[in-house]
Design a binder for this molecule. Structure first.
Ligand code: SF4
Ligand code: SF4
Length: 396
């Protein structure tokens, strides 16, 4: 029996079209050679939510009996190829208040391949990916996260290039000729085919050894058994408390202990406390009640709770006081305020370094509160995608 399985991990809504095109085209390419396949969505909320990590899965089998045998399961426990179309999800994905945080390679087979679209290098990503006991291969498709969402298709060739890389990882899926035909029928013409071919040729993978990577243990929790549930629907208030961390004074709002939301984030706000006028606008405007109030009246964005929407940056009236920075350049979720309090000069160095490394190249122009609430940060802090040999306009 020979079945190839794959998953595509994407940002809900924002990358839905991209993920669909990759998944569907891969299956249809194999079907052209008499194989059987299925592509299906799982593990995303219904309705899928903006930016929350979501997954598509796919099976490609030699015949329908094999396909039925594997597709009878809810979702694959292991896949040959994991495709992640936004590198910030290398830090783990939390799609529901259901699993806790899942490492990005949670279902990648031992020896399987993780393909990530990224402008960063292997080492930059491996340090975020939770270590595991078995090896896997990591392949990078150069480029930022393409936001080809539910209602828009950002035609920048990311789909074709990921497909070329997927075929390189698992050449038994189909021939390049079948993939090209499927791309032509489902995605686009010569530019896309050329991009897929170039990606097939250029993609290299590095082996990640057991024990390499992020040493943090991803948080998990036990769901209640049905016998433990209370009668009726009870939604507890989350409350809050009148002190900031272990200090006297300030305020920390209560937060959901089983849905932390930070894996939703593609960029995070960094605050230049030296510039802050304590105007309170970020605190009021944050849609997720992320800011803790410090005893001396500053507002500290809690990095466990922030979803990275960018509203605070848009609303802050002080120039360069709040800046959104690509999430990939951070290795911790600690308090920025405490770091600043401890050593303001060192914090300034930290700010400068992070802003330089994780500069957000392209953002929607946002002026004023109304604009901020209508779509801040939809681009997720990422660069425009570009195939090596092509510019974005070549794909129009
Ligand atoms: S980025 Fe959005 S969620 Fe995070 S602190 Fe700013 S306003 Fe709140
Ligand atoms: S909006 Fe800017 S200036 Fe106002 S409290 Fe927040 S960080 Fe400080």
């Amino acid at each position: 029996m020979s079945v190839i399985s794959f998953e595509i991990v994407y940002r809900g809504i924002y990358q839905k079209t991209l993920a669909n095109k990759i998944s569907r085209t891969l299956v249809l390419a194999a079907v052209k050679e008499g194989k059987q396949g299925i592509s299906f969505g799982r593990y995303s909320d219904s309705p899928e939510r903006n930016g929350i990590p979501a997954k598509l899965f796919g099976y490609i089998a030699d015949n329908s009996e094999e396909l039925q045998a594997v597709a009878a399961k809810y979702e694959p426990k292991q896949v040959d190829v994991s495709i992640c179309v936004d590198d910030t999800m290398c830090k783990g994905v939390e799609s529901w208040a259901w699993y806790g945080l899942q490492p990005i390679t949670a279902v990648t087979k031992p020896g399987g391949t993780l393909i990530v679209t990224s402008n960063y290098k292997t080492d930059d990503l491996v340090k975020h990916i939770h270590r595991r006991g078995t090896p896997y291969k990591l392949a990078i498709v150069p480029g930022g996260a393409s936001m080809a969402g539910l209602w828009v298709y950002k035609n920048d060739g990311t789909d074709a290039r990921v497909l070329g890389a997927a075929l390189k990882a698992e050449p038994s899926i189909c021939s390049m000729a079948s993939l090209e035909q499927a791309i032509r029928e489902n995605i686009g013409g010569d530019a896309h085919i050329e991009a897929a071919r170039a990606s097939f040729e250029d993609t290299r993978s590095d082996e990640v050894k057991p024990g390499q990577g992020n040493t943090e243990v991803p948080f998990t929790f036990q769901l209640l058994k049905w016998t433990e549930m209370r009668e009726g629907v009870v939604i507890d208030g989350v409350g809050g408390h009148n002190n900031y961390r272990d200090l006297e004074g300030g305020y920390e709002p209560g937060r959901n202990e089983v849905f932390k939301k930070w894996s939703t984030r593609t960029m995070r706000p960094v605050v230049a406390f030296d510039k802050c006028t304590k105007c309170t606008l970020c605190w009021i405007a944050c849609p997720d009640t992320v800011f803790d109030v410090t005893p001396d009246g500053y507002f500290d964005a809690n990095m466990e709770a922030c979803c990275g929407c960018g509203v605070c940056e848009a609303i802050c009236p002080v120039s360069d006081c709040i800046t959104m920075v690509n999430e990939v350049v951070f290795e911790d979720r600690g308090s920025q305020y405490l770091m600043w309090k401890k050593d303001a000069q060192a914090y300034q160095g930290y700010l400068t370094d992070k802003r330089k490394k994780g500069k957000v190249e392209k953002r929607f122009p946002i002026t004023g509160l109304a604009a901020a609430f209508s779509g801040a940060g939809l681009d997720g802090g990422h660069n425009l995608n570009s195939a090596k040999a092509k510019s974005v306009k070549d794909f129009k």
